[in-house]
Design a protein around this ligand. Structure first.
Ligand code: MRU
Length: 345
């Protein structure tokens, strides 16, 4: 299984997902600005992987701030500026903010500011390991929902590449296979960035997990032909009522799944829940550059001057979601009432 990132002690090596599957190349991030560029440029992507890499970005920022300032107050100000800069890279995935705030809170707890960088390095490694453990727990809970033979339709990439390892939606697939179940995956290509075609197909093939690639507009057809037993996707932010923001196209799949009586599952860690917002209406949807729609691999495919929109995510209302699979268990028919049990007190 390819690792989305490697911490070397003084740099963060990020597997450049814009080049996959053709080239397996790591970009070396020497400071937090490099990490922010890698997140914004989607060299690292997927909510949990963005969070973990930003945590390492904070470590790099802490070492830089320590060399620049003389007092603890100045240090915390410098680190806070880096935190805001990292958070501004992408607005929708809550894990980014979650990880950076956790690092900032830890920094504030420490009196001797010279000790902050090494303490943050330990915490970032902890967050990375926690993410892998969390995915494995999601896998364990989710695998129980799958029959002994099943075809799973997934969207985008919610696998090892989108996390520190193992994956959320693909973690469920991996765990079910480890339990001896016969699972195959249909991967939607996921225009415009093609995470399904480039990343999900690549990572599943690396692990010898049977995968069939379809274009996004084939989803209704394969469902109507009885080829799909369930849909499993990841999430970027989940509101208190269970509405889920995920890669653009997820909402359409949920509506189609409902029409065809196919269970629609969302797999996500607790760090993807945002209990500060009541519903998906409050989720900020990232609007990305129109070139991602107008071009494929640098080749223009649309007429010059055509009007384009490029929302990177959509929101699936909770009423379409059969269950949310978390590291703490499965929440069936999610709603404000049902999610109260996992909300922090
Ligand atoms: O724009 P991306 O590639 O970062 O979008 C990723 C997704 O939408 C994933 O489904 C989500 O982050 C969950 S990843 C475990």
């Amino acid at each position: 299984m390819s690792k989305s990132m490697k911490w070397t002690g003084n740099t963060l090596e990020i597997l450049d997902q814009t080049k996959l599957p053709l080239v397996k190349d790591y970009v070396i991030c020497k400071d937090y600005r490099d990490v922010r560029d890698a997140i914004q440029g989607m060299k690292v992507r997927g909510a949990p992987a963005i969070g973990v890499s930003a945590a390492y970005g904070m470590v790099l920022a802490a070492y830089e701030c320590k060399d620049k300032v003389d007092t603890r107050d100045e240090f915390l100000k410098c680190l806070d500026n880096a935190a805001c800069y990292l958070i501004s890279a992408r607005p929708t995935a809550v894990n980014l903010e979650w990880a950076v705030r956790r690092m900032m809170d830890k920094a504030r707890e420490i009196e001797d500011f010279a000790k902050i960088p090494s303490t943050l390095a330990e915490l970032a490694e902890e967050i990375e390991q926690e993410d892998v453990d969390t995915c494995m727990k999601i896998g364990e809970h989710g695998a129980k929902l799958l029959p002994s033979r099943a075809t799973v339709l997934t969207h985008c990439n919610a696998g090892a590449l989108a996390t520190a390892g193992y994956g959320t939606a693909l973690g469920v697939v991996r765990a079910a296979i480890e339990e001896g179940k016969e699972i195959q995956v249909f991967a939607g290509e996921t225009r415009p960035f093609l995470q399904g075609a480039r990343l999900t197909a690549f990572e599943l093939m690396e692990d010898n997990i049977p995968v069939t690639l379809i274009t996004d507009n084939m989803a209704a057809y394969v469902m109507s032909q009885g080829l799909i037993d369930c849909v499993i996707v990841g999430a970027d932010r989940i509101a208190a009522n269970g509405d889920v923001a995920n890669k653009i196209g997820t909402y359409g799949l949920a509506v189609l799944a409902s029409e065809h009586d196919i269970p629609f599952y969302v797999a996500a860690p607790l760090s993807t829940f945002d209990f500060s917002i009541q519903s998906g209406k409050e989720i900020v949807i990232e609007e990305r550059d129109e070139d991602e729609v107008a071009t494929i691999f640098g080749q223009r495919i649309a007429p010059e001057g055509v009007r384009i929109i490029n929302p990177a995510f959509d929101v699936t209302p909770h009423s379409y979601i059969t269950a949310i699979i978390t590291d703490c268990g499965v929440i069936h028919s999610p709603s404000t009432e049902r999610l109260k049990g996992i909300a922090p007190v």
